[in-house]
Design a protein around this ligand. Structure first.
Ligand SMILES: *Cc1c(COP(=O)(O)O)cnc(C)c1O
Length: 410
């Protein structure tokens, strides 16, 4: 008999997005006349077409594969040098990161989940609340937690509450953690960490011999020049941090799939006997054993994000989405709601009207305004009383959402 990984049975059944889908389906079945009016601002997926420079590069990549003379088979598992070097030149030029410290993959969701392969058992895992659910669920699958309680909090995880008081940026805890997940700009709250806040986190990691897993999937949306884009802008981070980046949200690659992990060779973890081993060495082995590289046309397309044309077109996309975020902030504020985020991130995080829970507000927005938002409690119990509006949409849809929100709350 084949036994199973029983940790999977600890996972909560009602995952956030399926539940949203279920409620939207039930509503449209009961109200077919309203189906066409529904505007989705729920799932964090981009909506606009790929920039032309990126499409052109992908086409060229496909054409190369179409001829024997220019054909490519398996590429390097770590990713093509042309892409790793373009990443370093454009994003880490002054930070002392080298191209062989960059690992190309097919997504940050996979990377942030797979990274647990290289860590041992018994680590204390610190996770912000609310949080991107992938960090939690992959730790449950890996056996790093006990069971969930009635509120959905897993035994054994160190939850770092984020709230209006701390501006949705977790304070360093008094407890000792070994692995810390940070995501800035943040999904779902849209908050960003200042340099001083990141310095405090790096100091904490060094003092506790901990590793920070820094998810910078939304760094391209930072508008404030004072806000760091990379954890490696912080002194000492190259001893204790791993950074995850993705082309999903800046280049619109959610359906194309390309991302990367940066692991400086100076970051180490310990064996049970106290010997220090570079995490780079372990990830390199893991990556080349379990992954065979992102596809060639996709890596060509990703490199085009850094061409002159590509940069200008990606900036236009970011400006479009951030223009949406600005309108959403204005509308939610005008409706008298408490608003966070949206200034350096494509997510606006809004306090529910008095007396409404996150799911109450979800139902109200769906039934009375036909707008799909994401209930904050779906990202953790500290998200209760809030909802997330995504700025990933057309301008016309966002303007309509703004009008409906104001009418709904007025
Ligand atoms: C969208 C997103 C990513 C990117 O995931 P991909 O798998 O690269 O598409 C990573 N982290 C967070 C928090 C995200 O919201």
């Amino acid at each position: 008999m084949a036994t199973i990984n029983a940790n999977f049975l600890k996972l909560k059944a009602g995952y956030l997005f399926p539940e949203i889908g279920r409620r939207v389906k039930a509503y449209t079945e009961a109200n077919p006349d309203k189906a066409a009016r529904i505007i989705r601002c729920g799932i964090g997926d981009v909506t606009e077409a790929l920039p032309p420079a990126i499409v052109k590069a992908m086409h060229e990549g496909v054409d190369e594969l179409a001829h024997r003379e220019t054909f490519h088979g398996y590429g390097p598992e770590q990713g093509y040098e042309f892409l790793r070097q373009a990443i370093v030149d454009n994003q880490f030029a002054d930070l002392g990161i080298s191209a062989d410290e960059v690992f190309i993959s097919d997504g940050s969701k996979c990377d942030t989940g797979n990274i647990l392969d290289i860590f041992g058992k018994g680590n204390t895992i610190a996770i912000t609340d609310p949080v991107y659910p992938v960090y939690v669920d992959t730790n449950v699958m890996a056996g790093n937690t006990g069971d969930a309680d009635a509120k959905g909090a897993y035994e054994g995880l160190l939850y770092l509450p984020c709230n209006a008081e701390n501006g949705f940026v977790a304070d360093v805890p008094t407890e000792k953690a070994d692995l810390i997940y940070l995501c800035f700009p943040n999904n779902p709250t849209g908050s960003v960490a200042t340099r001083a806040q990141l310095e405090a986190w790096v100091a904490y990691a060094k003092a506790n011999d901990a590793i920070i897993l820094f998810d910078a999937a939304y760094e391209a949306f930072i508008q404030d020049p004072e806000i760091p884009h990379s954890i490696f802008e912080i002194e000492g981070a190259k001893d204790c941090c791993i950074e995850f980046r993705s082309f999903s949200k800046n280049g619109g690659f959610t359906g194309v799939r390309c991302a990367y992990v940066v692991i400086p060779k100076t970051v180490t973890g310990k064996t049970e006997t106290g010997e220090r081993i570079p995490l780079h060495q372990l990830w390199s082995r893991r990556h080349s054993t379990k992954f065979n590289g992102a596809s060639y046309p996709v890596q060509k397309a990703a490199a085009a994000v850094f061409s002159e044309e590509g940069k200008a077109q990606v900036n236009e996309l970011i400006e479009h989405y951030m223009g949406n975020a600005k309108l959403l902030i204005e509308a939610a504020t005008a409706a008298g709601l408490q608003v966070f985020g949206g200034k350096n991130a494509p997510y606006v995080w809004v306090g529910c009207p008095k007396g409404l829970s996150s799911w109450d507000m979800f139902d109200k927005m769906l039934q009375e305004a036909q707008v799909v938002i994401t209930p904050g409690s779906g990202f953790g119990s500290a998200g209760e009383g809030y909802f997330r509006i995504s700025a990933f949409n057309s301008r016309a849809n966002v303007e309509e959402v703004c009008n409906r929100l104001k009418a709904l709350i007025a």
